[in-house]
Design a protein around this ligand. Structure first.
Ligand code: PRP
Length: 231
């Protein structure tokens, strides 16, 4: 039987995704030693890992050349597509925000605001919900440059640590929503390879629950330690 193909997003989510599969017991040594290869076998399972850019993960899963994918909710919100989104993996947490130069009031004055973003659909839908007419300009990367250079009034972008904004004199004006890594599944694969995929999903769900429980225990532990110190 041909391997189950899982597309992982290169970059930001890559390490955490590999860690997750390793903790599930899958041998990801080939992925760790990938060199310039883009399709890597998992040695102890009938699985192949495909490394792709976020939007391409969706394209490959949607078209069925990959059965599953790990991709950020930010990309899902921007690109849409027809697939099952079956699990919030709990890592890659960040937020969509409207950000602008510190000290500027986004709503002052009457001109039509210009918003720069890699996520033009997310930006458009955010301002449509506000019934606010804005111009949107697509930027491919380092979108923080746009308001600094005077191209836009503000940006809609993902913020993780906030460092990029801070180091470039920008601040969050409004939070739009939280995002994190998601597991997506091709619709036909879900039917044709139901048993294998459901087993994988169950293992991933158990992993996510365990991670959440460990995190909760850590937080409770640190709260109780702080309480003891205060006594
Ligand atoms: C993202 C985002 C911000 C930055 C935010 O860019 O577009 O620029 O990360 O992260 P921070 O809050 O931790 O500083 P990414 O690194 O994905 O690169 P890109 O701008 O080239 O797309």
């Amino acid at each position: 039987m041909k391997p189950i193909r899982i597309a992982l997003t290169k970059g930001r989510l890559e390490e955490k995704s590999i860690e997750m599969f390793e903790q599930l017991g899958y041998d990801c040594s080939e992925v760790r030693n990938k060199g310039r290869r883009l399709i890597l076998p998992v040695k102890n399972a009938n699985i192949e890992i495909v490394l792709a850019k976020a939007a391409d993960v969706i394209t490959y899963v949607e078209n069925g050349v990959c059965d599953l994918g790990v991709v950020g909710k930010d990309t899902i919100m921007e690109a849409g597509g027809t697939f099952y989104e079956v699990a919030d993996l709990g890592f890659g947490r960040c937020r969509f925000a409207l950000a602008l130069p510190a000290g500027v009031d986004f709503y002052a004055g009457y001109h039509t605001r210009c918003i720069a973003s890699k996520y033009v659909n997310v930006a458009r839908s955010y301002f449509e919900k506000k019934n606010m007419d804005v111009d949107i300009v697509k930027i491919e990367g380092s979108v923080e440059l746009a308001p600094i250079l005077g191209l836009s009034d503000a940006i809609v972008d993902i913020v993780e640590t906030g460092t990029t904004l801070r180091e470039n004199g920008l601040v969050v004006a409004e939070e739009i929503c939280q995002v994190s890594a998601r597991l997506i599944v091709n619709i036909a694969s879900m039917k044709l390879r139901k048993a294998e995929i459901n087993e994988l999903i169950s293992r991933i769900e158990a992993f996510v629950e365990q991670q959440a429980a460990e995190k909760k225990a850590q937080v409770e532990q640190s709260v109780s330690e702080k309480g003891v110190q205060q006594v």
